[in-house]
Design a protein around this ligand. Structure first.
Ligand code: UT7
Length: 325
């Protein structure tokens, strides 16, 4: 049994093509003013034709492996959080495993929509501390652009494509205090009674093909504000920590106003929040590791910092992770 799961690498990838609000306003009845005021989004990256979720995941994974100084064969677990897999099967994680040239270990996907990265961290943490694996790659990767109705202005302006990845390692030497680096705790929840608030219908068992994303935006918003407030308190209490102990909030980037509401409830200073929504939009499971990588690369996140991550998405699913970097 290992005491703690440590982060030893991080990387991300964004497709080259950037679409601004102004460009979107040429094809749907919207405006830069509306999108900016209601969401904080200014632009999003969109995958090229023939560029798949596994391609985005691979680029992020290679960057994360590089930052950890590891080779693919050092991994014995790959988890990909995605709601836009390449295919019905095999799992995108398995496709990624093949692309990395890895022949051992286990690979599987997690479907928890925008909470996919937090769910992935939670599962990997249990497996690493339980001794099932030693070194894990956890990826959040999405091509949300493929499941959008590009004529529905209430949803198509909100999402983007991208991938972020972390490398985790079981650490037998760590002590159990909340000062020691690694994942301090994860907290995951879902409520399937609310499935109709945010969904993408279709699939092998029903209509065959994937449909398009549908969202009751106002209702999802209300649940997001409440559930995220509750789960961040749960994460703080589980570790006997206070809001003022948090160095960085790295939230899922769905709406600037939702993030602001969590920040206000916690009484956090605005400069303790990693905000990437303007440039990335909502990249679902990819948004947290993308934001994490931005703040590590620009030097904001430093060793020893306390980081709180939180997300909510379709399902509804939601969760949080408390991490000592
Ligand atoms: O990541 C997964 C979880 N997802 C979320 O957390 C998203 C949660 N929801 C939200 O972020 C917000 O509800 C939205 C950003 C989706 C919408 O913001 P809102 O303030 O709830 O707007 P609304 O849906 O109530 O729409 C207000 C008005 C409507 O017009 P009327 O009925 O007031 O005349 C909409 O038709 O804005 C209109 N509208 C737009 N106008 C211009 C909706 N979309 C657009 C648009 N451009 N793109």
């Amino acid at each position: 049994m290992s005491l703690r799961t440590r982060f030893i690498g991080c990387g991300s990838y964004l497709p080259e093509n950037i679409v601004t609000n102004q460009e979107l306003a040429k094809s749907v009845d919207t405006s830069d003013e509306w999108i900016t005021a209601r969401t904080g989004i200014k632009r999003r990256h969109i995958a090229a034709e023939g560029e798949y979720t596994s391609d985005l995941a691979r680029q992020a994974a290679v960057a994360a492996l590089d930052s950890a100084g590891l080779k693919p064969n050092d991994l014995d677990l790959i988890i990909v959080g995605t709601t836009t897999p390449d295919e019905v099967f095999p799992a995108t994680a398995v496709t990624l495993q093949g692309q990395l040239g890895l022949t051992g270990g286990a690979a599987f996907d997690i479907q928890a929509v925008c909470s996919g990265f937090i769910y992935g961290l939670s599962v990997a943490d249990s497996m690493l501390r339980g001794g099932t694996a030693k070194t894990a790659l956890v990826v959040g990767a999405e091509t949300m652009s493929r499941i959008l109705d590009w004529e529905d202005r209430s949803t198509c302006v909100l999402f983007g494509d991208g991938a972020g990845a972390v490398i985790l390692r079981a650490d037998n030497g760590a002590d159990e205090s909340n000062e020691a680096p690694g994942i301090l705790s994860t907290h995951i929840h879902s409520d399937g009674n609310l499935r109709d608030l945010l969904y993408c219908a279709g699939g092998p068992s029903t209509t065959g093909n994937a449909g398009v994303l549908k969202m009751m935006g106002k209702d999802v918003y209300k649940h997001a504000v409440t559930n995220l407030a509750n789960v961040v308190v749960e994460a703080l209490e589980a570790n006997q920590l206070n809001p003022e102990d948090i160095d960085w909030l790295v939230p899922h980037q769905a709406n600037r106003r939702i993030i602001d509401s969590t920040v206000k409830k916690l009484g956090l200073a605005e400069d303790k929040v990693v905000m990437t929504i303007a440039d990335h939009a909502n990249t679902s499971a990819a948004s947290i590791p993308l934001a994490l990588d931005v703040a590590i690369t620009d030097g904001r996140i430093k060793n020893g910092d306390l980081i709180l991550m939180e997300a909510m998405g379709g399902g509804l699913t939601w969760g949080a992770a408390m991490v000592r970097w």
